[in-house]
Design a protein around this ligand. Sequence first.
Ligand SMILES: Nc1ncnc2c1ncn2[C@@H]1O[C@H](COP(=O)(O)OP(=O)(O)OP(=O)(O)O)[C@@H](O)[C@H]1O
Length: 229
Amino acid sequence: MSETALNEAGPQVLEADGIRIEFGGRQVLSSVYLRVQTGQIVGLLGRNGSGKSVLLQTIFGARAVADASVRVNGRRVVPAFRERGLLNYLPQEPLLPPSLTLARAARLLGVDLENATARFPELRPQFDKRIGELSVGSARLVQALLLLHADTAFSLFDEPFSGVMPVHVETLAEEMQHLKQRKGLLITDHRYAEVLPLCDVVYLLHQGRLLRLDGDVREQLRDYGYLAG
Ligand SMILES: Nc1ncnc2c1ncn2[C@@H]1O[C@H](COP(=O)(O)OP(=O)(O)OP(=O)(O)O)[C@@H](O)[C@H]1O
């Protein structure tokens, strides 16, 4: 296991701080602060276009932002993806090349495919298939599972449940719940009914500000117009 993921001294804390982004004079993120630690699942909700993907890209380091501070245990790590074993990121778009077989993709990511798919017997006959040959939902599921099982302290997931059938969404959610014993997960997905029960902390991006929701989360989601009233 990598040095970052294996820390007997206590949880790893990933923080993003002072993230400000504007496009064409429109402030999408204004001075956002977000925290996730190993052992936690953190949910990031927000209306379409509120800036969830932009925030994940910025934390990962795929989007350069002036003055953005991303820290692990207080140490600045920008771009974070360069830090070995720190984090991986499932974008909204397909991540892995369609020409790779599942088996090869797993090997490249250092993941034991048998173990990663143990709860999904339907995937077993597909190990030698190329990712491009899988159905859209199966490809999404496989990519989420591989990143979840990869040896990083954190995983950032942008819509991991998108296109995945309900029975697999439930099992993937259970898998996330199980894997958080050794990781911190930051998840954004509009399937809030599946996301909310998973989360230790819920943030809502609303008009450029990131609000940490405590108390009756659903009521606040209604108040801010994310859910119908
Ligand atoms: N490169 C860019 N140039 C201009 N505007 C951009 C760019 N990238 C993102 N935006 C804008 O930033 C805003 C936030 O986009 P983002 O994709 O982060 O939203 P989101 O919350 O993930 O939305 P969704 O729920 O629809 O996935 C949107 O208004 C989008 O149009």
